[in-house]
Write a protein of this length. Structure first.
Length: 269
């Protein structure tokens, strides 16, 4: 049986095929990285080159299919395409720190924007062979099944994901205040260590909500369309809608989005 929903649009077909192709090398490199743990200088450099190799495969596949589209990727040069309205946003390996530590929670994540709006997103976890994909107006899927955000409506039963990569002191303090407030109300607090998977898990109803700041567009672009198409709400933690620009995100099912935004806001007053 097909691993995909009955009709995969041409764009999603291109993106999912590119993700699967890049995954072959990423998985090979992941197996190798565990062998490098014993060497002091080995793993970090190796992971950087694994990132670059995956980036090249994705660029090659996507530009062969749509030669005129631009690129914004973590590992390579930003390219303004001849078609200035379309841009691929790519994180070839999201969750590099997990990858480096042989933790099997990382993803290949990519999105397509049209006039700045995310219209397609794909996040692929090659270890579990889980592919999360969505196109604006056409629903969100995990492998061949439609996905929806969770139906949980109370904080007491909610499993929330949070992370902070802001190392500046005021940022750390804000994050600690927020996590204290949320964890005192929620059933639990987690992070996969991979922003794109945290977002995919909210879209799939595994996590009920997630917030993080100081991310980059490539960490969250795919998740934005996945969330919206799965019936969730995605915004900045303060309610704004400039997530791609600010890198700050709050994603949840509609009810918990309201509750979480409230709890976060209260920690600042
Ligand atoms: C990181 C991951 C992580 C998040 C960091 C990101 P990378 O991306 O998404 O979950 O907390 O802020 O930088 O470096 O592994 O691609
Ligand atoms: Ca990333
Ligand atoms: Ca990365």
């Amino acid at each position: 049986m097909s691993r995909y929903a009955a009709t995969l649009s041409p764009l999603l077909g291109i993106m999912t095929a590119a993700a699967r192709k890049a995954a072959l090398g990423v998985l090979r490199d992941f197996r190798e990285v565990s062998q490098l743990q014993v060497s002091k200088k080995g793993p970090a450099d190796f992971v950087t080159s694994a990132d670059k190799r995956a980036d090249e495969v994705l660029r090659e596949e996507l530009s062969r299919a749509r030669p005129d589209y631009g690129f914004l990727t973590e590992e390579g040069e930003t390219i303004e395409g001849a078609d200035s309205e379309h841009c691929w946003i790519i994180d070839p390996i999201d969750g590099t720190l997990n990858f480096l530590h042989s933790l099997p929670s990382f993803a290949i994540s990519m999105a397509l924007t049209y006039r700045g709006d995310v219209v397609c997103g794909v996040t692929y976890d090659p270890v579990l062979d889980e592919i999360f994909y969505a196109e604006k107006g056409k629903g969100a899927y995990l492998n061949d099944k439609r996905m929806r955000v969770s139906a949980r409506v109370s904080m007491e039963e909610a499993l929330i994901a949070a992370a902070s990569s802001g190392f500046a002191r005021p940022e750390r303090e804000r994050f600690f205040r927020e996590t204290e407030a949320v964890s005192s109300k929620a059933a639990g607090l987690r992070s996969s260590g991979c922003a794109s998977l945290n977002l995919s898990y909210v879209a799939a109803g595994r996590f009920d909500g997630y917030w993080e700041r100081h991310l980059q567009a490539w960490d969250i672009a795919a998740g934005i369309v996945l969330l919206r198409e799965a019936g969730g709400i995605v915004s900045e933690p303060n309610g704004g809608d400039k997530m791609l620009e600010s890198g700050a995100i709050l994603a949840a099912n509609p009810r918990l989005h309201r509750l979480l935004a409230e709890v976060l806001r209260e920690t600042h007053t």
